[in-house]
Design a protein around this ligand. Sequence first.
Ligand code: MG
Length: 298
Amino acid sequence: MTVDRRDFLHAAGLVGAAAALGSAALGAREANAAEEEEPAVLNLSSQEGRIPGEALAERVERMAEWGFNGLEPHGGGLPGRVAEIQQALQGSGVSVSAVCAGYSGCLISHEETERRLAVDTLKELLAAAGELRSTGVIVVPAFHGQTELDCQEARTILVDLLQELGAHALQVKSRVLLEPLNRGECYFLRLVADAAAIARDAGSEGVAVMGDFYHMNIEETSDRGAFLSAGPRLHHVHLASRRRVLPGQDERSFVDGFRGLKEVGYRDFLSLECGCDGDPLVEIPKSVAFLRAQWAEA
Ligand code: MG
């Protein structure tokens, strides 16, 4: 015997509930339409050292000419460079993307003193990153050899410290950006989804995640899936090919990942962190054209 679905809903007294579900679905569609008004954007950035040039202003001028609008400085000595960077960027159309590490210690060290050193130096760096209106400071919990803790102990300690760091980051208008690496460089934190789960558990808007196409090529089963897992917690991306040279210099495709970025409405930066085969003055503009074509295809 078949049961008409409407009769069944009536019989179960669920018509009102079904109508409520219908309007909730409509609400979701309206919300999606609102999101679609702010489509994802390909904001290209580069690590400072990747761009040829002597003075920072010379590098920034070159970047603007090539179509970059983001600069990723290294965090080492950054608190003393805020004025220099602000001056070099003024009127250039280029702004600071993320700040790449540059703190001391290790957040998940087995030594308490090393963990405290990491928290204290990261706080200084977050303040400088906030002054520069960057998207955040890139943080790797531990490279190989930096910790003797097992993954369970490390995760508990990390989530605890991230609550303190996240609160500080919000105060200084910055973020911690957790970066998953590949197994050749670390054991703890290798998947973007894992970083997002840690950020969720830290429970602070001051803790976010990033994805690096080089590491993702080794660890992730799907670039798109990784970015979808991170969703709104994703606030930075590193660009490098399979051999960790410029995008376009080997067979690594970025299309699947770019589809994911479009689906989550990504509007932060994608930043070169890679070597270069050949003359960077010739090869970087070619890589920019390649990335724009891959973005268009996604
Ligand atoms: Mg990276």
